[in-house]
Design a protein around this ligand. Structure first.
Ligand code: ZN
Length: 441
């Protein structure tokens, strides 16, 4: 292999999202397994006992379609469940009910600042149980908890369009935001209701890919990918081909480590689930599903920028949470009636200058109106704003000290912005002059 070859980072992401339906995917057991005592939310179906019949959770199917549609996918008219066979102690039936060649949704995309990431498919499956490695009476044992067995799990698979760790991180963050807006999952990385994996290589033509697991936070995703790209490039530059394998991210050592080698693709002996009839959806049904989509964060963000002229950094924070965005919009609308600029209100909300809890937009604006009419003469408060203004506008200070006395106006303007126009102008000017150590203009 030539050393001057430039490699093309080729990264695909797989995301698993646990749906927060009341019951599990194929039985009536509660799906909320977090914190429940082991093996209390189980029945013959999710324990995989012989003769038990699965009954699909219609809500989970609809929610999967919603996720697909929010990711610009096509919701398929026909879909089915398949059995995916493998042996592992957390899988009581010896197979997982999943979807193979007819997923619920296909061909979507998600836009990132570094370009579009195409979505290959969005499908629905059941989660597995959980293994617990522990010590009992001095002996190392592995226990199984089946509370999670059969919880609806959505898998989102991308094309290998991701190029950097930063882009992967952004993709995952945006995906989390979208799914949370749909209110179909908490997408909590710590509780495992959102799980990430990445397939990384430096070119499809090289014939290998490395799967990285243990990506328990968005930051880990970015770091693991950057590390892996460097590691693979070094190997290739030395004339070696990276091994096809599964690696795990070690946060402690800040590197990926081999978990297991994969010589050939696993054979899961997929076949159609005989106990569940194939699904068919009418175009009316699918149109109805599309109509259920709420306004999604990207659309909302661009509306905040365009219609309300909110600065991008504040708009981003506001749309990070659908409830916060809803409150912000209501406050903007109410504020407009009283001459408040949405951006000034956005700053107040983002910086939590007023506690929003148990307050209506109307009462919030009332408070602001009252505050606006009272000039702040508290020196400690004025000094705090001045400190913030000085540190954000160091050039104005330099200019002022060089003799450009009008530079003080820039700082006054900043304090006025920070104080929403409430700083007492005369007092402010006096303190500023004193702190800048200049002569009076
Ligand atoms: Zn059950």
């Amino acid at each position: 292999m030539k050393k001057d070859k430039t490699y093309k980072p080729t990264i695909g992401i797989e995301v698993h999202v646990e749906l927060k339906t009341k019951s599990k995917m194929f039985c009536g057991c509660p799906a909320d397994h977090f914190g429940a005592s082991a093996n209390t939310n189980t029945c013959p179906v999710c324990l995989g006992l012989p003769g038990a019949l699965p009954v699909p959770n219609v809500k989970a199917i609809r929610w999967t379609q919603l996720i697909g549609l929010a990711l610009h996918c096509k919701a398929e008219r026909e879909s089915k469940f398949d059995r995916k066979h493998y042996f592992y102690p957390d899988l009581p039936k010896g197979y997982q009910i999943s979807q193979y060649d007819e997923p619920l949704c296909t061909d979507g995309y998600l836009e990132t600042t570094e370009g579009k990431v195409r979505i290959t498919r969005v499908h629905l499956e059941e989660d597995t149980g959980k293994l617990l490695h522990t010590t009992l009476e001095g002996e190392d044992v592995t226990l199984v908890d089946f509370n999670r067995s059969g919880v609806p799990l959505v898998e989102i698979v991308t094309e290998p369009d991701v190029k950097t760790g930063t882009q992967a991180k952004e993709f995952c963050e945006r995906l989390q935001r979208i799914v949370r807006y749909l209110a179909v999952s908490d997408c909590d990385m710590e509780k495992g209701s959102m799980r990430l994996e990445a397939n990384i290589s430096l070119g499809l033509d090289l014939g290998y890919k490395v799967e990285v697991k243990n990506l328990n936070s968005f930051n880990f995703v970015g770091r693991a990918i950057d590390y892996e790209l460097q590691r693979q490039e070094k190997l290739l530059a030395a004339g070696k081909l990276p091994r096809q394998e599964t690696r795990g991210w070690s946060e402690k050592q800040q590197k990926t480590e081999t978990q297991r080698y994969k010589e050939t693709a696993a054979d899961y002996r997929y076949f159609p689930e005989p106990d569940i009839p194939p699904m068919r959806f009418t175009s009316e049904e699918l149109a109805g599903r599309r109509a259920e989509l709420p306004e999604l964060p990207d659309m909302l963000e661009s509306r905040f920028l365009k219609d309300f002229k909110v600065e991008p950094k504040y708009a981003q924070v506001l749309v990070s949470d659908s409830r916060l965005a809803e409150v912000a919009e209501a406050v903007f609308m109410e504020g407009k009636k009283h001459g408040f600029a949405p951006n000034a209100l956005a700053i107040i909300i983002v910086n939590k200058k007023i506690n929003l809890k148990n307050r209506t937009p109307k009462s919030l604006i009332e408070i602001l109106k009252k505050q606006k009419s009272e000039k702040v003469q508290d020196k400690a408060m004025l000094n705090r704003w001045i400190t913030e203004a000085i540190s954000s506008l160091p050039q104005a200070v330099v200019d002022y000290q060089k003799g450009k006395t009008q530079a003080i106006e820039v700082l006054i303007g900043k304090v006025m912005q920070l104080s929403s126009g409430r700083a007492d102008a005369i007092l402010l000017k006096a303190i500023l002059h004193k702190r800048l150590g200049g002569k009076r203009a």
